[in-house]
Design a protein around this ligand. Structure first.
Ligand SMILES: C[S@@+](CC[C@H](N)C(=O)[O-])C[C@H]1O[C@@H](n2cnc3c(N)ncnc32)[C@H](O)[C@@H]1O
Length: 278
């Protein structure tokens, strides 16, 4: 739970005056590990009130013309499911694991429909709000040991959560081990066709912020590429209310040995004669 005052770290990050010649190297505190709470207080405060404004501030690499503040849609996350969410919920086969469930609108809606669902989130405020709204949630990182590993019917990765951990390939590989063979992943991509690895922090309108952590912004093309590399099969794509979604399936039959560069994902690498195998 570390909250830093706007003045202290910023002063270091800005370096010297632009008039004083070349800027000194940017000194940032080390990024939080993926399992650390989502930078505590600005996020917790927003979830308690259900209101923003709240942002991810890009710390590195430099924004170079891109927006330095990426808005977080706190009001929508804290409301009930909208029609775009409902399209996702309709495709869920239980039991459902919502990764980075936030305040839990999807978990609560599934529970109300009698679909077994669990949210996991590193933020205590997110878990508390999910439970208050009738959902079941666990305060844990998706990279930690989870219940029912390899037996979930559907995993949800909504609202930019493909950014969790800052390494989409590692996240997709982890999720593949969570669902049952033939199970599905419903994932939302960024609206623009980006593929960025960032260091960010959560920040409110008054500049109060938490610790830096690794994040990724991934549009539809990069999302599908990373998912396929991790062995997911793309079975559907759609856009609702400007939000791009993909439906992916874990193959029913596992290759004896997965090889990222082999085009024949269902062949054991040992018997694959494909020259693209390294
Ligand atoms: C962009 S918000 C998503 C909001 C959410 N889907 C909703 O409906 O409100 C990202 C969420 O992922 C959570 N998170 C970040 N890193 C995580 C991790 N390693 N494991 C699980 N949850 C994580 C954050 O605490 C935050 O609630």
């Amino acid at each position: 739970m570390i909250e830093t005052s706007p003045s202290s770290v910023d002063a270091v990050e800005r370096g010297g005056s632009p008039m004083a010649g070349p800027r000194p190297p940017v000194l940032l505190p080390p990024p939080a590990r993926p399992g650390e709470p989502w930078t505590a207080d600005p996020y917790a405060r927003a979830l308690r009130t259900g209101r923003g404004p709240l942002y991810l501030r890009r710390l590195a690499p430099p924004a170079l013309g891109a927006a330095e503040l990426i808005p977080l849609d706190v009001e929508r996350w804290c409301a009930g499911p909208d029609p775009a969410d409902t399209g996702v919920l309709r495709r869920c086969a239980g039991p459902v694991l919502d990764v980075g469930c936030g305040p839990g609108r999807l978990v609560a809606a599934l529970a109300a429909d009698g679909v077994p669902a669990l949210g996991v989130d590193v933020s205590p405020a997110a878990v508390a709000r999910t439970r208050r709204h009738g959902g079941t949630a666990l305060r844990r990182s998706v990279f930690d040991r989870l219940p029912r590993e390899g037996r979930w019917g559907t995993v949800l990765l909504m609202d930019g959560n493909v950014g969790i951990g800052g390494d989409p390939a590692a996240l997709f590989a982890r999720l593949r081990d969570l669902v049952r063979p033939g199970g599905r992943l419903l994932a939302e991509a960024a609206a623009d066709d980006v593929d960025e690895r960032l260091t960010v922090r959560v920040e409110d309108a008054r500049g109060r912020h938490g610790r830096p952590f690794p994040w990724a912004r991934v549009g539809p093309t990069a999302l599908l590429g990373a998912a396929e590399t991790a062995g997911w099969i793309v079975t559907g794509r759609w856009t609702a209310d400007g939000r791009p979604f993909a439906e992916l399936h874990r193959p029913n039959r596992e290759p004896a040995l997965r090889h990222a560069t082999c085009r024949h994902m269902d062949l054991p690498a040992a018997v694959c004669r494909d020259r693209t195998v390294g």
